[in-house]
Design a protein around this ligand. Sequence first.
Ligand code: HEC
Length: 395
Amino acid sequence: MKTPSRFLNWLRGLPTHLILIGLCLIWILPSLGLFITSFRPVQDINETGWWTILAKPKGYEEFQAYCASCHGSDGKAISNADLTNPELVQNYRRSFALLTSLNREIDGQIHMGDTPIPDDKTTATIASYMRRISGIEARPKFTLSNYIDAITGYRGNSTYVTDCAAGNQSVDLYCNIRDLTNPRGMGRAFINSLLVAIPSTILPILFAAFAAYAFSWMDFKGRQWMFALLVGLQVVPLQMTLIPISRLYAQLGMNGTFWGIWLFHTGFGLPYAIYLIRNFMGSLPHEIFESAYLDGASHWTAFTKLAIPLSVPALASLGIFQFLWIWNDLLVALVFLGGKYPVLTYQIGNMVTSLGSGWHLLTAAAFISMALPMIIFFALQRYFVRGMLAGSVKG
Ligand code: HEC
């Protein structure tokens, strides 16, 4: 049989490739849009979509149609009526004034000549275009003010630096730090999220590693039963424990403390973590451990020198997933920390509800909260894929 030509092979793979490209586009396009939008000035966001960033500014078409024949396509052709000159355009800020000028005669000639005079709406559009090209109303295409406002906490104006300076005469370091850690901003929330997520990831995995070692390599009574119980514990819904635990915390004075939330996440992370690491450790080759014990290694040595280094893939992928789940968690943070130490999810929620019109900040806020998960994903892709397969492939 003839081997199929390269072209045929390519053709056969085409549907798969097209589907993959389509899937990539489905998530890349909105992310790109969100990313670009987060850098646009708020007025632009309200007026036009992000895909227009490469288009000519609003009013360009109308200007070309009505005015360019005499004033030139850049508006500079008539030297004593240079439409890019701010001082001249200053007099025509309002479309009404411009319309009057268009209707007036210049040196006995009708201003517009044979060209028809544009209607009110078109004139307004042209007036705003002139304000733009003359620099009266210049606004940058891209700005960091969404990010600055989101990080420092929205203050109702989009120029945080002047805001900081206004209170303090000069923009000094202290002023900047104070604004960066403003409790209403995403900067402080980011730190709070880190303070919640890092210990809540390390603690359960550390304890789970000890337990998993015991379950796989130590002989003690009731081992199977305890393990079965642990597997069973995974079905307890988190919501069921909210009331008893918050009552307990209230008695211990642990509501609204980081200790409380660390403990809670540790408790709920443990069953699954033990289950997963035990499955992994238990499938490590017996011979290695037996020869280590024969050589007189203690359990501690076997744990630190053998079990842990060999389980790094499982520990890492578990760590990634635990971290991401806590990073995106709102429920637990809301119940046990609330507004006392607002985390990212809480702060983003605040932005939508109390500032319905401030959704431009949400674009920046979303990216701030996405940044860390994205970095983790790209840095630890290898473990990420293994973690996804952990459920479906044995050990
Ligand atoms: C038929 C040619 C022609 C067209 C079309 C035309 N202009 Fe003019 N425009 C002129 C001339 C000529 C002047 C006067 C220059 C001078 O003062 O010597 C002028 C002057 C102006 C001035 C300054 C007026 C003043 O009082 O000094 C403005 C503003 C202006 N034009 C805006 C526009 C706009 C906006 C359009 C398009 C909607 C437009 N023009 C279309 C020929 C034209």
